[in-house]
Each structure stands twice: as C-alpha cells, then as structure tokens.
Design a protein around this ligand. Structure first.
Ligand SMILES: Nc1ncnc2c1ncn2[C@@H]1O[C@H](COP(=O)(O)OP(=O)(O)O)[C@@H](O)[C@H]1O
Ligand SMILES: [Mg+2]
Length: 243
C-alpha cells in the first residue's frame, strides 16, 4: 500500500506536485495524466530522487520521506526509468546480475538463480548473451523490468514501460505486468501513456492533472469520468473503447 500525504514539490517557480494526498491499495495501480502533469516527479518522490517541500510518503507500512534512495531499495522499492538504464556494452545477463550484486544474497548461487528467474519471467532467456546495445527497444524495456524484480521487491514502479512498443509487444508487456504480484509479491505502480495498457493491467488508476489529483478509483470508472475525458480531450480516442 502507498500512502501519499499532503506532498508538495517545488522546482523554482514550478510546482509539479501540489498538496497531493492519495492512498493506493490495489495490487496494480495505474497513473496517467497529460505530459508535464507530474507523473515522473511523483515516482521520483516515491523512490527518493526528489525531496518534497512538505508531506509524507509511506510504502508497505514504512515511513520513507526522509530515507535515502539506496536505503529505499533495502525497503524493497524498485523502479524503472523512462529512459532505460541498460548498459550497451554489457550482456543482458550482466545488466541484470549487476543489480543482484547489490541485493545481498546469501550466496552467489542464490543470486544467479534470482537473475535467471527474473530474465526467464520476462521471456528473455534466449537473449542472455546478447549485448545491451543489440537488444530491441521492447527487449530493453523488458530487461529493465527484470532488473526491478531482483531481491524480493515490495513495490515495483514502472515509468512508461510501453513506450515505443508495437501493439503485440504491448500485449505481451501487459501479461508480464499483470503477473508481477504473483511472481514476487510486489505491488506495481504503472505510469503509461497507453490507456489500453493501463486498462489491461490496473485494478485502480489515479489521474494527475498538473500536480493535482483529478480522479482515483476503479480503472474503468476513472477512464469513463467526464473530467478525465475533458483533461485528455482529443488525446485518447481509445477511451471510446472503454465500456
Ligand atoms: N528537475 C526539474 N527541475 C525543474 N522542473 C522540473 C524538473 N523535473 C520536472 N520538472 C517540471 O515539472 C513538471 C512535471 O514534469 P514530469 O513529472 O516529468 O511530468 P510527466 O512525467 O507527467 O510528463 C514539468 O513542468 C517539468 O518541466
Ligand atoms: Mg514522465
């Protein structure tokens, strides 16, 4: 469970998050909002890369507001980045293994097993020897997800994992995301532009509109909300499909 209480972020004259309070308690939660709405900033607050000027954040019962990013990883917080962090000159296996090195496994055999399991889960076992630079866009996104599944995560935050994917790749991605809570017991927080992906994955969705909470609730209700549709006017024809 993620509890966000009265969070405000200020960058000079810009206030990308403004007195935001919301509790997110579904296994897979979606976050949508127009470009510049503050989605990545909120994820940065949760992962500790941005310090809010006020408010508190509690994840899985731990108050994290003053906890440094690397210590949040020890609390089980994992994230992917909008620009993936796959090293081009390491193999896929080495990219994922580098995360396991920091995850304090009891033995190297256990670490290797976790790496193999995560890579297998995202369907990339046939690519372990391939260099990061030779992976496709979709494969790089999936490799980022594999990294986020290492070491018993409690919360996996994904920042636009579907960007640049084809429709069939995005369907596969939806299956992978939906299975994460069962795979490792983590809650998932999914940011994406692709409303179809959010709809396919998330029981609960919140909408940010320039730092303020526009809506939060069961995904189909939120996607049919008149205010939400107005905020997205012209941007998402797919919203029509949501029954
Ligand atoms: N480090 C920063 N310094 C100044 N302004 C920033 C910084 N990061 C984000 N912003 C601004 O905050 C707002 C929200 O950005 P962001 O959270 O990246 O939006 P989203 O992910 O929803 O597209 C934007 O106006 C952006 O320009
Ligand atoms: Mg963003």
């Amino acid at each position: 469970m993620i509890e966000i209480k009265d969070i405000t972020v200020q960058f000079g004259g810009v206030r990308p998050i403004d007195s935001l309070s919301v509790t997110l308690d579904a296994p897979i939660v979606g976050l949508i909002g127009p470009n510049g709405a503050g989605k990545t900033t909120l994820l940065n607050v949760l992962s500790g890369f941005v310090t809010p000027v006020q408010g508190s954040v509690t994840v899985a019962g731990s108050e994290l507001t003053k906890v440094a990013p690397h210590s949040r990883a020890k609390h089980g917080l994992r994230r992917t980045f909008q620009t993936d962090q796959i090293a081009d000159d390491l193999t896929l296996w080495q990219n994922v293994e580098a995360i396991a090195d920091h995850a304090h496994f009891e033995s190297s055999a256990q670490a290797e097993e976790a790496v193999a399991k995560a890579i297998d889960y995202v369907g990339l076992s046939h690519r372990i020897h391939r260099l990061g630079g030779a992976l496709s866009t979709a494969e790089r996104h999936l490799a980022e997800i594999a990294k986020a599944l290492i070491g018993d995560p409690s919360l996996v935050m994904l920042d636009e994992p579907g960007a640049g994917m084809s429709e069939s790749e995005s369907k596969l991605l939806a299956q992978i995301i939906r299975g994460i809570p069962a795979f490792c017991g983590a809650q998932v927080f999914l940011i994406d532009h692709d409303v179809a992906l959010i709809d396919a994955c998330c029981e609960q969705t919140m909408v940010l509109d320039f730092g303020r909470l526009l809506a939060k609730g069961p995904t189909s209700e939120v996607l049919n909300d008149a205010e939400v549709r107005k905020a997205y006017l012209g941007e998402f024809d797919e919203l029509e499909e949501v029954a």
